[in-house]
Design a protein around this ligand. Structure first.
Ligand code: FAD
Length: 281
């Protein structure tokens, strides 16, 4: 963890772009509430093949116009080089200087994988086209990406993104702090020195979390899975226990020197604000 302790702490909140006018209104209230916590930046996800591009951009611009830093995500899978260039030009023309660069996942039935196969190629392209204009965040996986050929290979693939010019990284969420500590040590051992900010998923809805974790390769430890499952439909108990567990996790990570936290807010202010207050941030 030594290389991580030297970085200043960065706190950030992630949203997905709403689909309906009501969703836009709700998110507007949510981000204004979370803005009071003074995060370093907000980020807004991006659908494969650019399916959410306009909504992602609209959300980012709404936040930026109020004076806060907001970073759109961009993914390369299912997009042509021309599509990616167009999106980068659009982001630049709107004064955006901070992005989260991802490969993304192909929706089932998608016709084409696009022209770039991996996120390191996207980072390289962004640097070729825009030099140092953007601060580039990339994703990494303390419990390893589900398609990785091996744990070691996944860390080496993460390094390709750093070598291509990524400035900092945000992890997939996890509930086992040791997986993060070990991962950071593995990264340090192969010369990765950029900040690796833990991604934090507040626990709200157990069945949704379990489904999502299975696909993205995040492990819900047996004790946690069984405890949450045991609450059945008792949403209040799931939330209250989830808040205890996730607050403890954040506390351990920060105490050990993690360079901040990135919250997957699911467009809700409540759980993230409660964890924030309990941590005394
Ligand atoms: P990559 O870094 O390309 O890695 C994908 C897989 O390929 C890994 O198994 C890796 O080991 C392997 N690999 C990488 N490079 C190479 C190479 N050069 N040669 C061979 N193998 C390689 N998805 C979205 O669609 N939209 C979003 O907005 C979004 N935001 C996210 C934000 C965060 C913080 C995180 C953690 C994930 C996000 N995702 C998002 C999900 C992400 O797109 C998926 O996890 C996707 O499967 C991998 O994306 P990546 O950028 O990590 O890909």
């Amino acid at each position: 963890m030594e290389s991580q302790k030297k970085h200043p702490r960065t706190f950030s909140f992630e949203f997905f772009p709403p689909k309906t006018p009501e969703g836009v209104q709700r998110l507007s209230t949510t981000w204004r509430q979370l803005a009071q916590l003074k995060p370093r930046f907000f980020s807004v996800t991006y659908g494969a093949g650019g399916s959410t591009r306009d909504r992602t951009l609209a959300t980012v611009l709404e936040i930026k116009q109020a004076g806060f830093d907001a970073a759109p995500h961009i993914s390369c899978i299912g997009s042509t080089l021309a599509d990616i260039d167009e999106t980068l030009d659009l982001y630049r023309s709107k004064g955006i200087r901070h992005i989260v660069a991802l490969r993304g996942d192909l929706p089932s039935g998608a016709a084409s994988a696009g022209e770039l196969r991996h996120a390191n190629e996207l980072v390289q392209l962004i640097r070729e086209r825009s030099g140092d204009h953007f601060h580039i965040e990339v994703a990494c996986y303390p419990e390893f990406h589900p398609q990785a050929r091996s744990a070691q290979e996944d860390v080496r693939n993460f390094k390709r993104k750093v070598d291509a010019g990524a400035n900092s990284a945000i992890t997939q969420y996890f509930f086992n702090a040791d997986s993060y500590f070990r991962f950071v040590d593995d990264c340090e051992a192969i010369g990765i020195g950029i900040p690796i900010v833990p991604g934090i998923m507040p626990i709200g809805n157990f069945s949704q979390l379990a489904r999502f974790s299975d696909t993205c390769g995040a492990d819900i430890p047996r004790w946690l899975r069984l405890k949450l499952a045991g609450f059945g439909d008792d949403v209040a108990s799931i939330r209250s226990f989830g808040l205890d567990v996730v607050t403890d996790l954040c506390d351990r990570l920060l105490s050990a020197g993690a360079p901040g936290l990135h919250f997957y807010t699911m467009n809700q202010a409540g759980p993230t604000s409660t964890i924030w207050q309990r941590l005394g941030l």
